[in-house]
Design a protein around this ligand. Structure first.
Ligand SMILES: CC(C)(COP(=O)(O)OP(=O)(O)OC[C@H]1O[C@@H](n2cnc3c(N)ncnc32)[C@H](O)[C@@H]1OP(=O)(O)O)[C@@H](O)C(=O)NCCC(=O)NCCS
Length: 254
């Protein structure tokens, strides 16, 4: 059967939030928010949502963030889902391509996605759009607040920041505070730590977690690089747990 699809940028509303959550429930299964909460955070924050419709039915979405880095703006392709009956018809590719066109128009220099290593369909989408993959990493996450389907009260701020710690030397972490359609998070992006300073690692992890609590996030996520990284042991000792193997996928939009 032939289908006509329309891909567009969606404006925040309670009705579309409910449709998005229905598609999420049969694709990513990631968001515990109610339609009202999703509509609220979508209206206030930097979330951009692209949708695919078959007639009136919403059959796919791509939720993105524009993040600000010291070197410029970046598109984060954060959530992508197509209902099973409409898969393998190019919808995910069209949704991400639309998000990229809009982000480029808004001055984004890079696009990024984080994809689980065993997710062949998702990897195929980003590969087909010219994204290049980074090395395989372990997703480590720390839960600051039990996710119970409610929106955490008031975010102190969002965006990029550098957190420093001192203990027989200096170390720092670059972090982003974000609101996605599934959680409020603090993403650990970059780290600089002398290889032999365990005390400094412990101090840095403690400073990151303190910042996360002050910012009111649900969880802290880190794509931890290689097994010998000096902060891995400190993160695990502080309560971070492992959630599988992922890669960054990056595209240069400049
Ligand atoms: C990942 C997902 C969004 C892909 O949606 P889709 O609309 O079927 O993807 P497309 O039709 O645009 O396919 C794009 C490319 O992926 C390939 N592809 C799609 N499904 C595939 C599969 N199951 N196995 C291998 N390749 C696949 C297509 O052949 C196409 O490649 P091509 O351009 O070289 O022909 C969909 O499978 C989904 O919702 N999965 C569950 C949620 C999920 O994993 N989301 C991504 C999290 S990062």
């Amino acid at each position: 059967m032939r289908h006509d699809y329309e891909v567009s940028c969606a404006s925040p509303s309670l009705a579309v939030a409910a449709e998005l959550l229905a598609v999420d429930a049969v694709s990513l299964c990631d968001s515990d928010y109610s339609p009202a909460e999703l509509a609220q955070l979508w209206a206030n924050d930097a979330l951009r949502v692209y949708v695919a419709r078959c007639g009136r039915q919403l059959v796919g979405f791509c939720a993105c963030l524009l993040t600000e880095w010291p070197w410029g703006r970046q598109l984060e392709v954060d959530a992508l889902g197509v209902v099973p009956e409409h898969r393998r018809r190019g919808l995910a590719k069209r949704l991400v391509a639309k998000a990229i066109r809009k982000a480029r128009g808004a001055g984004a220099l890079w696009a990024r996605a984080v994809v689980r290593e065993d997710n062949a369909p998702s990897k195929a989408v980003f590969r087909a759009l010219g994204f290049a993959s980074g090395d395989v990493r372990d997703m480590l996450a720390y839960e600051c607040r039990q996710r119970d389907g409610t929106l955490a009260p008031g975010l102190a701020h969002m965006g990029w920041e550098r957190i420093e710690a001192k203990h027989s030397g200096n170390g720092w972490a670059e972090v982003q505070v974000v609101q996605t359609m599934a959680y409020r998070g603090l993403w650990i992006e970059g780290l600089e730590l002398p290889p032999t300073s365990e005390g400094l690692g412990v101090a840095l992890v403690a400073a990151i977690l303190q910042h996360a609590v002050e910012c009111g996030v649900d969880e802290v996520g880190w794509l931890a690089p290689h097994r010998g990284h000096p902060l891995r042991g400190c993160a695990r000792a502080a309560g971070f747990s492992a959630h599988g193997r992922y890669r960054y996928w990056l595209a240069d939009l400049a």
